[in-house]
Design a protein around this ligand. Structure first.
Ligand code: GSH
Length: 212
């Protein structure tokens, strides 16, 4: 058995954050596909694993099958165990936490819902989708401004804050956006792609049948 099992599905940028971290740190892991589009995450079995009914969930077999949910927690756990992509000082710790919270709330938080409405529900023009689009653009502008003067979000090197924030950004054509207005984000994504062991979501996270 592998050291870790990640409950995941390829359409999830949240799952990709955890998978990417496992990949970047060279962990021995296996994927357990979640049939999200048929509601597998709402079943009693899945809720026994994660009462929040969210994907991803990471099981750390080396720690007595420790079950972890919330990507921020998963990323911190893996950084602690591998010593990679982790904050090294209290100041870096605060910055990493600050960007992960911002990502969860404002960047991934809005972008994932906009993408879901636009790409999977075909409701791109609806007022809810337009609202989410506006909030996503506002969050991207904040990240863009920061990256104009920083190579990485939280420290002078890549950390789990970068792994978190890039989760939904390798699918530029999944939302209706002019990415040329974010040159610093584009350059930062290229830096992430050049990290050793980087892999695209489709190459490391399993897929099921195409969602209808
Ligand atoms: N803040 C959570 C977000 C996880 C999340 O929302 N995952 C989606 C799939 S990408 C989900 O499971 N949604 C189910 C729901 O909201 O009911 C994390 O970082 O793990």
């Amino acid at each position: 058995m592998a050291d870790y099992t990640l409950h995941c599905f390829v359409e999830s940028g949240n799952a990709y954050k955890a998978a990417l971290m496992l990949q970047l740190t060279g962990c021995d892991w296996q994927a357990e596909w979640v049939d999200f589009f048929n509601g597998a995450h709402r079943t009693p079995e899945y809720r026994a694993l994660n009462e929040m009914g969210e994907v991803p969930v990471l099981v750390d077999h080396g720690e007595g099958d420790l079950v972890l949910s919330q990507t921020g927690v998963i990323l911190y756990h893996l950084a602690g165990k591998t010593g990679m992509y982790k904050p090294q000082t209290p100041q870096e710790e605060r910055e990493v936490l600050r960007w992960i919270l911002f990502d969860n709330h404002k960047l991934t938080g809005y972008l994932s819902i906009w993408r879901f409405l636009h790409r999977f529900l075909n409701k791109g023009g609806d007022p809810e989708a337009e609202f989410m689009k506006g909030r996503t653009i506002a969050a991207l502008k904040i990240v863009e401004r920061h990256l104009e003067t920083h190579d990485w979000l939280a420290a002078g090197r890549p950390t789990i804050a970068d792994v978190s924030a890039c989760g939904y950004l390798f699918w530029p054509d999944h939302v209706d956006l002019d990415w040329s207005q974010f040159p610093s984000i584009n350059a930062w994504l290229k830096r992430i792609q050049s990290l050793e062991n980087w892999a695209a979501p489709e190459d490391i996270v399993p897929s099921g049948p195409q969602p209808a």
